[in-house]
Design a protein around this ligand. Structure first.
Ligand SMILES: Cc1ncc(COP(=O)(O)O)c(C=O)c1O
Length: 431
């Protein structure tokens, strides 16, 4: 095996990790006392061409762009072994969730654009039929594939891995996606949820075999108790199976497939997207899109980068606050002084778009980088706009998306005079 051929690098401190030898989830220097560096790992890239295959499963079609695949090949697993791995997980997903991963539909929605007063050509990528009903499963499939490659290739980073449970703090789409993927991968999962989690979500998690821990706030404790309990579990040896790049770099990478699909669909339609409006909570979705579009542009699938517009609600907009504080400062400075730019939102937010109320935009740095490189910026929309987008999507499309899922559209509608081609992602189903 040629060890070290795939590398992960931290954008904050420059630390590098060989994923054959150590888990490239969280930067090894994160949580150093007194350190204000924004530590997030990302895989190195080496491909010179965009995959030309026509496979319908994105984890097969774009395999050459995925670090677990590259790791598998460097470890002398065959291309066929990877395809077998993805297809056997896909068959398990179909048994667990009634569907596996397939390229999801994207289409122009002229009637919706008209109803929203949007002048440009509006394209909607529909993730509501994706595994577990949202894009979140893409994040976690990336992680599961890496874990399985470690096992199959018997790589040192995989030693003792099966004895360790997966862990996630969430009570929404991410938890459901984690439970579906963990079940398909036959890996035990702990989900850390708040006392007021939706009973239906709790029941589904239990049905999928997840172990639930209800996290009450402890006296004098600051921060989200679910995140704190999950981090404690990880410190005791659990495998982080969440959807934030700060906790698991592989999660961001898995959702790049969404951008690859969009880029290819735009190329096939002979249009180039000018703007992409994306709803932002923890920021992993926008980070994955920024990275995926950058790769697609570098490899010639997109003629230029679409402007990345990060949409937050007025009730909770830590990314937009960071953007304002960053005015004129370099990305290097941002990475070295995280707390000057990103800190938890002080007020307890409420919104119909409940999935984008993360009190911190954990993956803010990569989203800021994506916005700067593409000429985009953050946008804040009010509740009325969130509600209007949600209702319009229901009335003028066949897609049953949640208010979180349509929040990007609210951003697009806040700039109605933009011409050109506009993309939004209906990222999650209405449950
Ligand atoms: C359907 C849906 N869309 C978008 C988001 C936002 O993603 P991120 O937290 O990665 O910014 C979420 C987060 O929960 C979600 O559930």
């Amino acid at each position: 095996m040629r060890a070290g051929a795939v590398q992960f690098r931290c954008h904050g401190c420059g630390a590098t990790i060989d994923p054959a030898l150590a888990l490239p989830f969280c930067c090894p220097n994160a949580f150093a006392p007194g350190d204000d560096i924004d530590h997030v790992l990302a895989p190195s890239e080496e491909d010179r061409s965009f995959p030309a295959g026509a496979e319908s499963n994105p984890f097969v079609r774009y395999r050459r762009l995925l670090s677990p695949y590259r790791l598998a090949r460097k470890a002398e697993l065959s291309d066929a072994a990877w395809i077998d791995l993805v297809e056997s997980l896909d068959a398990a997903l179909a048994r667990v969730d009634g569907r596996g991963f397939r390229i999801t539909p994207m289409a122009e929605q002229a009637e919706l654009a008209k109803a929203m007063g949007i002048k440009g050509a509006l394209w909607v990528k529909d993730e509501t039929g994706n595994v577990s009903g949202s894009h979140k499963a893409r994040h976690l499939m990336g992680v599961m594939l890496y874990l399985r490659v470690l096992e199959m290739a018997k790589l040192p980073a995989g030693d003792g891995l099966r004895a360790r449970r997966l862990a996630i703090a969430s009570c929404g789409n991410a938890a459901l996606a984690a439970a579906v993927i963990a079940r398909a991968g036959e890996w035990p999962l702990d989900v850390f949820i708040p006392p007021d989690a939706e009973p239906a979500v709790k029941q589904r998690l239990l049905d999928l075999g997840a172990r639930i821990s209800v996290c009450e706030r402890r006296a004098g404790e600051a921060g989200d108790p679910c995140v704190l309990r999950c981090r404690e579990a990880v410190a005791r040896g659990a495998i982080p199976f969440g959807v934030q790049g700060t906790e698991n770099a592989l999660a961001v990478e898995g959702a790049r497939t969404l951008a690859f699909e969009m880029a290819e669909a735009f190329r096939a339609a002979a249009v180039a997207p000018d703007l992409v409006y994306v709803q932002v909570g923890g920021g992993a979705l926008a980070s994955a899109l920024a990275q995926g579009f950058a790769i697609a542009a570098r490899l010639g699938v997109l003629a230029k980068l679409p402007r990345l517009m990060a949409v937050q609600t007025a009730g909770c907009a830590p990314l937009e606050r960071a953007w304002r504080n960053l005015d004129g400062r370099s990305l290097e400075e941002a990475a070295r002084h995280r707390s000057r730019f990103m800190w938890p939102w002080e007020r307890r937010p409420v919104s119909l778009a409940s999935g984008i109320l993360d009190d911190e935009t954990y993956d803010w740095w990569a989203v800021v980088e994506g916005m700067r490189h593409s000429g985009g910026r953050p946008l804040v929309v009010d509740e009325q706009a969130i509600e209007r987008a949600w209702e319009a999507a229901r009335q003028h499309t066949e897609i049953h998306a949640s208010a979180t899922g349509t929040a990007g559209l609210a951003g697009a509608a806040s700039m109605p005079d933009e011409q050109g081609t506009i993309a939004v992602i209906f990222s999650g189903v209405e449950r």
